[in-house]
Write a protein that binds this ligand. Sequence first.
Ligand SMILES: [Zn+2]
Length: 341
Amino acid sequence: MIDLHVHLGGAVPAAVLWEILCDGGLQTEFGSFDKLQDYLTVRFDEILSLDDFLGRYFHATELIQSSPHAASVAAYQAIAKAYRRSRIQGMELRYNPLKRIREGMHTLDSIIMATIQGLQRASLHYGVKTGILFSLDKGGTLEGNWSIVEEAMRFRGQGGLRGAYGIVGIDIAGPESLGREHDKDWLAHMAAMFDEARKVGLGLSWHVGETAHTGPEAMINVIETIRPDRIGHGIELRKAQGKQRDHLCGLLRERQICLEICPTVNLVTRSIQDLKEIADLIRLLDKEHIPFCLNTDNPYIVNTNLQREYDLIAEVLGDDAHLLDQAKSYADQASFLQERA
Ligand SMILES: [Zn+2]
């Protein structure tokens, strides 16, 4: 099993973050381990939307991960934990390097090198394939996003050690409520960035269709303008009807765009009410010959692991649980952890 959709900011246990915090001597509001752990524990009744979720945890985890040492340890431990829990064979970890430089106190180069080295150690120690996607920011400036793309192009493929592939792709994340995917001018700017990344062989993913803010129409805009290899989530496809459904399914099928489905986080953020919605979506994807896979998104914060995601969905699929064998091979095929043409 390979996990293609994991955010560094939500993948590192509180115990690891606490040790980083103590060793680094950073002043924060977290005066004890218990306070930090409590802060990073999801309470279902406090999270009413994806915006709540994004606004709640990540400023703290990103701040703690913001030094070369911290970034390296965090990246390493995210992989190590996933291996111990699920015996993963590979993981693509994504993060925004601009959110880990403490407003310019550290250089981007030092943070990026540190995460590459952290993943080299993890690949070596646990025998797993690893790679990094840089996450652009839907709420960020064009200038900031260009600087991330340029770093991705500069560092591409700097892993080179026993399954550590280094920087393998780019993605974009952030609040869907900004409605960016409905803004054609903005999308055209982003398409220029993604085109440059594509030219040097970086893989392209894009968070869209996770909530009703970016429904089927926004998914179509992204596919036609950005031409991503994969889509983060894309579960809003289940709400498309009639001709729009045919059109969207056709685009996904013809371009073999893999949907990175992350069930538990969708429950936590209330993008879905019940895992049966994911089971029904998977039946549709199978019928339409559209690739998909299961992933963990923010495994520490939502308290999951890749095996658990597959087990949960197998249960709701019932007699159709065999469709998940296909999901695992789709993940292998869609992974950026391989030599790409
Ligand atoms: Zn995500």
